[in-house]
Design a binder for this molecule. Structure first.
Ligand SMILES: Nc1ncnc2c1ncn2[C@@H]1O[C@H](COP(=O)(O)OP(=O)(O)OP(=O)(O)O)[C@@H](O)[C@H]1O
Ligand SMILES: [Mg+2]
Length: 445
C-alpha cells in the first residue's frame, strides 16, 4: 500500500486510488495511520474523533467506518485487525509517505555530515518531493491531527533548510537567493534561513544586501521577540563586514548562468553608497591617521535610517582592506542589557574581557576605564583597529563616559573609533567635544 498524508489523505493500491468515503471514515483511517501498528481502543478513537461528549451513536459510527475501510483495503481484515476491543492498522516500513520522508531526510542528514553535498541535496529533494500540500490538509480542524501537523510542518522547514545548506555548499548561491527571500518572508524568525540568505547574497557579490538582510533580521527579532539575533548571525555579520575568506565557499557552478560576471564577493560588487563621498573621504583620512598611530574619534549623528551604520560599513570595508581589525559593539534598547554592553561586545571581538565593576563606585569605575583603555591599546599594538560603537542612543550613560575617557588616550593609539547614534544619544555634547569631528547626517530622501 501507498498511504499519503503529506497533503490531502490518499491511499493507493498500486495504481488504484481507494475510495475512502466520507469525512468520518477518512478521519478514522488517518488516525490509524498516525498510530500505525499500534492497537487503539475504541474509547481512545472515539475520544480523539469526537472529544469529551461523543454522541450515543459514536461507537456504531466507528464500527461502520471500520467495516467500510476493510472492504476497500487489500486483505482488509488482516490489514485492519481487531485486537481485544482495539483496532490496529498494519503498516509496512515504507507504506506511509511520512515515514519515507523521515527516512530520506535522515539519510540526507547523514550525507550532509559526511560532506557528500550532491547526494545530500538529492536525498532532500526526493524527501521534499513527497509533499503535495499542507500535511493532513483535510484534517486541519481535527483535534487528533494538530500535534502531528505542527510537527510535520516543522520537519518540512528543517528539511528545506538542510537542502539549502547542501545547495549552498554546491555553489548554487545565485539561484538560491530569490527562494531564500520568499522563505524568510514566510518564516521571519528562523535564524538559519536568515543566515543562509545572508551567505547566498554575500557569495553572489551582493555584500550590501547581505548586510541589509542582517539588519532586517535584527529589526524583526527585536520587534517580535525583544531579543538580539543569536551569536551565529552576529558572527556572520561581522565576517561579512570583514570579508572573511572563510565565507567565500565554493565558486558558483559554471553552469549556473552563462556569461555571468564573475560573482566576486566584496565591496566593488555591493550596491553603491550614494551621496556620502565627503563623509567617506573624511573618515578614510581618519583611518589613514589611525593606521599611522594617531588615533581618532568621529561621532556620527543622524535620525533612524539616515545611513550611519551603512557609512560605518563602508569604512569597515576600507579598514579591512588596509589590514585593520574591526571591533563592533552596539547599544541595546530592548531592556535588561548589562552595564557597558557595547564595550563588552567590542572587546569580545578583540578577544579580550575586562570584568565590569559590580558597583558604580567612582574609584572602581575609574580602574575599569583604565583597564578597558589598556585592553584597547594592547589590541591596537597587535593590529590597527576600527572600533565602531553603534546605536549609542540605546547605550547606558557610563558607556559614553568610558568612550570620552578612551578618547583622551586615542591620539597615541592605532585606532579609529566611530561613535554612531541618533540625536537623543546621552552626553552627545560632551562626547562631541572629545571627537575629531562630529558628522551630522541629514535624513536621506
Ligand atoms: N548613502 C547611502 N547610499 C545607499 N544606501 C544607503 C545609504 N545610506 C543608507 N542607506 C541604506 O538605507 C538604509 C538605512 O541605513 P542605516 O541602517 O545605515 O541607517 P542608520 O542611520 O544606521 O539607522 P538607525 O539609527 O536605525 O540604526 C539601509 O538599507 C542602508 O543600506
Ligand atoms: Mg544603524
Amino acid at each position: 500500500m501507498d498511504y499519503r498524508i503529506l497533503g490531502p489523505l490518499e491511499a493507493l493500491d498500486g495504481e488504484r486510488r481507494l475510495p475512502l468515503g466520507g469525512a468520518r471514515q477518512r478521519s478514522v483511517l488517518a488516525l490509524l495511520l498516525l498510530h500505525g501498528n499500534e492497537a487503539l481502543t475504541r474509547d481512545v478513537i472515539i475520544d480523539q474523533l469526537w472529544g469529551e461528549e461523543p454522541p450515543n451513536t459514536a461507537a456504531k459510527v466507528l464500527q461502520n467506518c471500520v467495516s467500510a475501510l476493510r472492504k476497500e483495503l487489500p486483505a482488509g481484515t488482516d490489514t485492519l485487525r481487531t485486537v481485544s476491543g482495539a483496532y490496529c492498522l498494519a503498516l509496512g516500513p515504507d507504506e506511509l509517505d511520512r515515514d519515507r520522508f523521515e527516512r530520506l531526510v535522515a539519510e540526507g542528514r547523514a550525507a550532509l555530515s559526511a560532506e557528500q553535498h550532491a547526494e545530500a541535496a538529492d536525498l532532500f529533494r526526493r524527501a521534499l518531493g513527497l509533499w503535495r500540500g499542507s500535511p493532513l490538509s483535510d484534517f486541519t480542524y481535527e483535534r487528533f491531527a494538530h500535534e502531528e501537523i505542527t510537527r510535520l510542518e516543522e520537519l518540512h522547514v528543517a528539511a528545506t533548510e538542510d537542502r539549502l545548506e547542501a545547495d549552498l555548499a554546491l555553489g548554487r548561491h545565485d539561484e538560491l537567493a530569490p527562494e531564500l527571500e520568499t522563505l524568510v518572508t514566510r518564516h521571519p524568525l528562523r535564524e538559519r534561513l536568515r543566515w543562509q540568505l545572508m551567505v547566498a547574497l554575500y557569495r553572489a557579490g551582493r555584500q550590501a544586501e547581505a548586510l541589509d538582510a542582517y539588519r532586517a533580521a535584527r529589526r524583526t527579532m527585536l520587534a517580535d521577540l525583544g531579543i538580539e539575533p543569536g551569536r551565529a548571525l552576529q558572527d556572520l555579520e561581522r565576517a561579512i563586514l570583514a570579508q572573511d575568506p572563510a565565507l567565500d565557499g565554493p565558486a558558483a557552478r559554471p553552469a549556473a548562468r552563462g556569461g555571468h560576471r564573475g560573482a566576486r564577493p566584496g565591496r566593488l560588487a555591493a550596491s553603491p553608497l550614494v551621496d556620502r563621498a565627503e563623509e567617506l573621504t573624511l573618515l578614510e583620512a581618519g583611518l589613514d591617521d589611525a593606521i599611522a598611530g594617531r588615533g581618532r574619534l568621529f561621532v556620527v549623528v543622524g535620525e533612524a535610517g539616515s545611513g550611519k551604520t551603512r557609512l560605518a560599513d563602508e569604512v569597515g570595508s576600507a579598514a579591512k582592506q588596509r589590514g585593520s581589525r574591526i571591533l563592533w559593539g552596539r547599544g541595546w534598547d530592548g531592556g535588561g542589557a548589562p552595564a557597558y554592553w557595547p564595550w563588552s561586545q567590542a572587546l569580545r571581538d578583540a578577544d579580550r574581557t575586562v570584568p565590569t565593576p559590580d558597583s558604580d563606585d567612582a574609584a572602581e569605575r575609574f580602574r575599569f576605564f583604565e583597564a578597558v583603555t589598556e585592553a584597547v591599546r594592547q589590541a591596537a599594538t597587535e593590529q590597527p583597529l576600527l572600533l565602531v560603537l553603534d546605536d549609542l542612543q540605546a547605550a547606558d550613560e557610563n558607556s559614553i563616559l568610558l568612550l570620552e575617557f578612551v578618547a583622551g588616550e586615542l591620539p597615541e593609539m592605532a585606532a579609529l573609533v566611530l561613535a554612531l547614534g541618533r540625536p537623543e544619544t546621552p552626553r552627545l555634547e560632551e562626547l562631541s567635544r572629545h571627537s575629531t569631528r562630529t558628522l551630522r547626517l541629514a535624513a536621506r530622501a
